[in-house]
Ligand binder design. Sequence first.
Ligand code: KIV
Length: 275
Amino acid sequence: MKNTVVTIQQAKENGEKVTMLTAYDYSMAKLIDEAGINMILVGDSLGMVMLGYEDTLSVTMEDMIHHTAAVARGAKNALIVADMPFMSYQTSVYDAVVNAGRLMKEGRAQAVKLEGGREVTEHIRAITNASIPVVAHLGLTPQSLNAFGGFKVQGKSEAAAKKLLEDAIAVEEAGAVAVVLECVPAKLAELISKRLTIPTIGIGAGAGCDGQVLVYQDMLAMFSDFKPKFVKHFAQIGEAMKAAFAAYSEEVKSGVFPAQEHTFKIDDEVIEKLY
Ligand code: KIV
């Protein structure tokens, strides 16, 4: 069944959890889609896990369009959400609409995600008015890394918790179809999830959210630069890949690979004429 903003909303109304994983290319999008995951996020986390930057700030619109288009070619049923990269929407409401439009038109995304609360409600409204669904992102918003002074859990004090709740209500009122809550105390995320009618998708925000999202390299133990507390390794694919690469190296060097079944034949008389 094709996932849409309507089915995601219905899932919340029916008390069914929503699943989301990141993907950045065709093959991975196909696997995730075939596993029945509801939503694929082409996250600007690609800056770190695919391109090797130390944060998401250097990711460009061209990077996002390139990877979103590859994911869109691989996914049939998952709802594809593309991240709006740093400075593609903060500069003006006009830029926000133009760049959201490019992610839909050139990248074939089905929704866009942007970071922030009340300060981006005008942007959310304008993008929504252009018939582009918007997923909001609150809590630890990695594009504000320098303003936060590091990657930290958000909303712990009374004032910060109140602000987060008010921001969540504001983005819903502005038209957001869902909201990602990143690194938010579990009880606060649960409260926000109960107050909102749109689904909350948590990452480091506990089980009270309406859905969960993880970066696939994190959940498959393929990214070893650091492991956030909220990550669970569902498989040791990084180690399995390293073992396979080493086995390949060993077989090539020892002459075991390629074997007869991996090679193409030619008639002996054709070859003999060449000697
Ligand atoms: O870029 C990303 O992958 C994200 C998730 C961590 C929610 O925004």
